[in-house]
Design a protein around this ligand. Sequence first.
Ligand code: SF4
Length: 495
Amino acid sequence: MIDLNKIKKLKNDKLWFFRFKKFWQDYLITNDIAKHAFLTKEEFNNFVLWKLNSWEKYDELLEKKFIKDESYEKDMSLAFAKRNDFLAYWPTLHIIVTTLRCNHKCQYCHAAVAPMTAKKMDMTKDTAKKVVDTIFYTSSPNLTIEFQGWESLVNWDIVKYITEYAEIKAFHLHKNVTFALVSNLTLMDEEKLDYLLNHNIHISTSLDWDEETHNFNRTLKEANSFEKVAYWIKRINNEYEKKWLEQKVWALLTVTKKSLSKYKEIIDTYVWLWLQWIFLRPLNPYGFAASDLKKLWYTSEEFIEFYKKSMDYILQLNKSWINFREMLSGIYLSKILTDKDPNYLDERSPCWACIGQVAYNYDWKIYSCDEWRMLGRMWDENFLMWEVWEKSDETYKNMINSDTTKVMVLSSTLDWLPWYNDSVYKPYIWVCPIHSYKTTWNLIPNYSLDHKKKLDYAVLDYIFEKLRSDEDKKVFENWILWRKDDFVVSQCEVV
Ligand code: SF4
């Protein structure tokens, strides 16, 4: 039981609010500007009782704002504002679903794909124009348009139309626009590649390993999906090299049961394809993945073991001068070791839904994010945000003022969520209302049933443990020197 009288008597008005947890024999503490420190048991007691007897520790805690000084309020407000400045922009990532058609039928796809013959499920030029008009009416000066689909290359003419119309609008309205295309790459050809390179459209794909696993997960009847994607990744990276571009194709791995024992081979394949990052992404329990659990699913413990083994191997590669990084850890490291949140998609509080990203479906419906759009395809339209109207100002105002926007912001803001707000990892974690909804039928997450949180905490435990070793910390510090455009692309859930 907490003895409040005892706490009041401490009179430690030099200390400000912090969160803590026992970390092996020591203590880990964090504060609202995401600074952290390790204290031994003795230091922790002395700190709380305001009897610190080490100047070195005192200076560290003062600098990290665990101890107040005269400029404390001002410094904290500025640091807090800087860390949360993403809240000022409203949507920056605009996902356009150019078609529901796809030539694959992946095991873990979140929703029902339309067959290649279903041309009615392509976005029309008229809708595309209205979508672009809406995007350019939004308030952010920096916009990213991401082409998703079920397979975005299927409706290629609309991809080109949107790109060229958006380029013209960006020029006239003095906005910056970047493009990303999420594709399974099996419909790529030289002409399309040339266009994508000329218009600086970043390319993102999915790559599972080995060939048998990839082709099992990502079923393509007419051809060998692995062979095609591996060919195009190499081919595109080769073109980037020739043009002296630093960027590389973005490839995402979805971890299924079959991947668990193959962590080394998967990473070696990514390195062999000259890829710089891997994203060790656990499965989401939606769509086909949910109905096929036996074939694909694994326990949290199994995923955590896979993550740790993969990370140990990646660290080993880095120590042998192979510069290769893991994305999820990279996002956390940026939150832990820098003053700014990387503002990467979901991984923030509140999450990106409605206020960071918006998904425009082929049929003029607007969803809070790509995941709701996919669930919409599974006949769950509860969180439709709005529709694309003739006048973009009306569309935008209605989108932002929609009930969906309010409920998504509320349910993904950690500050009022019991237990999450108390966690030592609160400055780094996030919650996903869709995940909560699909696992417990409640948008507000249930801390004790939140399996995603369990994975996040295990990843953070691993990272903080490694940060205590100088050698590993040096490797991690290199990772966070990434380029901004590494974060352009989103999660390629269905390519
Ligand atoms: S609701 Fe979930 S999937 Fe959608 S943006 Fe938020 S965290 Fe991401």
